[in-house]
Design a protein around this ligand. Structure first.
Ligand code: NAD
Length: 374
């Protein structure tokens, strides 16, 4: 595998997370060449230079177009707000770069479809930032399902709640503007849907409902502006495998900080996961003595790969940023021509089509179908 020259666009929450992953991946895994952190792009030259020093990049630019057209760059991390993804991703793919673009693909389905077409035409790897599927706990759950430990799955309940939009007196931001997308569905819903896709497959029929907890928000300098996006969404689902499901999302859920709650019910047991306790899996199975049946907590450890690459001791736990390091290694393996556990545009588009159908269903107040597999 050849060493990769990396370009990073954006250095906010996700930009720093990508930078940490590129810095750490070779040290953690020991089986991929150390990437060269070549160029970092930010909204201004000053900010780019400061961030390049902090995050270990050789060069800095205030113009992302110079980064994507730089012949030195092999792969581009795109970590800017959603509305920027289509233009940046398509330009990078057309310049022959591999890309690692944050979720969701775009704020409109037609833009996501254009991104997919560009990826297909380029023949380059176009991966998405769906880090939660990388948790060793998720791989364990997949094994539990594949081995039939909870029997045939008949119902799934997926919830994602955070409280960063919970205060009605917080200022109006881009997240409340229709140009940013539907709201909780695309900002949030894509994450539990990525877990669903990695564990069980897609959704074929859905009936959605979206709500605005607050009609307006204060604007800088006085006055209030009407909220255009939906911070709450609830969807009834029929999955490709015939099971029923519920997706419940809330960006204004006081007290919830990073909750992705997954319950999978089967004919012989139940498996439960909560992202706020990301190193645990709860498993209930009907085997054994009835008197001692009950949920058991399985703590992740070196027996759940690739936990062992980070820490030799069980129960000490991985963190959110570690999931990005695992995703980075999967991306490098994929670019190197190996099979990898990643959500690329070909699968990502199915999540986008599902979200689009959910929003249509909510607006039209009826069940909507998508083609099998999205
Ligand atoms: P953020 O606001 O913290 O960071 C965005 C960055 O982009 C900022 O540093 C900003 O200066 C930079 N930027 C804006 N315009 C630019 C331009 N023209 N050129 C270069 N840089 C520019 O946002 P965030 O929370 O990091 O979100 C970024 C993306 O990551 C979004 O797509 C979001 O959906 C996604 N995200 C993913 C996860 C995850 O778990 N995978 C978590 C949070 C956010």
């Amino acid at each position: 595998m050849k060493s990769l020259n990396v370009g990073l666009i954006g250095t906010g929450y996700m930009g720093k997370c990508h930078a940490l992953a590129w810095n750490a991946v070779a040290s953690v895994f020991g089986d991929v060449p150390r990437p060269r952190l070549a160029v970092l792009a930010e909204a201004s030259q000053d900010l780019a230079e400061r961030k390049a020093r902090e995050l270990g990049f050789e060069r800095a630019t205030g113009d992302w177009r110079r980064l994507v057209s730089d012949p030195d760059i092999d792969v581009v991390s795109i970590t800017t707000p959603n509305a920027f993804h289509p233009e940046m991703a398509i330009a990078a793919l057309e310049a022959g770069k591999h890309i690692w673009c944050e979720k969701p693909m775009a704020t409109k389905l037609e833009d996501a479809e254009r991104m997919l077409a560009a990826a297909r035409a380029s023949g380059r790897v176009a991966a998405l930032g769906y880090n939660y599927i990388q948790n060793p706990a998720m791989r364990l759950i997949r094994r539990i399902l594949e081995e039939g430990r909870i029997g045939e799955v008949n119902h799934v309940r997926l919830e994602m709640d955070e409280d960063f939009m919970a205060n009605p007196e917080d200022l109006f931001t881009l997240k409340s503007e229709a140009s940013s997308g539907h709201g909780a569905l695309d900002d949030f819903g894509v994450h539990p849907l990525s877990l669903l896709r990695a564990l069980l497959g897609g959704v074929r029929r859905m009936c959605g409902h979206m709500a605005k907890p607050y009609a307006d928000r204060p604007v800088q300098g006085g006055g209030r502006r009407k909220v255009e996006t939906y911070d709450i969404a609830t969807v009834l689902m029929e999955l490709d495998n015939g099971a029923s499901g519920v997706l419940a999302l809330n960006r204004s859920a006081w007290g919830r900080k990073g909750r992705i709650f997954v319950q999978i019910f089967g004919s012989k047991g139940t498996v439960v996961y909560d992202q706020e306790r990301m190193n645990e899996v709860q498993l209930y199975t009907v085997d054994g003595l009835k008197e001692t049946q009950g949920f058991r907590t399985i703590l992740t450890g070196p027996q759940h790969p690739p936990y062992d690459r980070f820490i030799p001791a069980p129960g000490h736990g991985l963190g959110f940023n570690d999931l990005k390091i695992i995703e980075c290694r999967e991306l490098m393996r994929r670019i190197g021509g190996e099979k990898a556990h990643l959500i690329e545009f070909e699968d990502g588009i199915r999540i986008e089509r599902t979200v689009d159908a959910m929003a249509r269903s909510a607006h039209e107040g009826r069940w909507v179908e998508v083609a099998a597999g999205g």
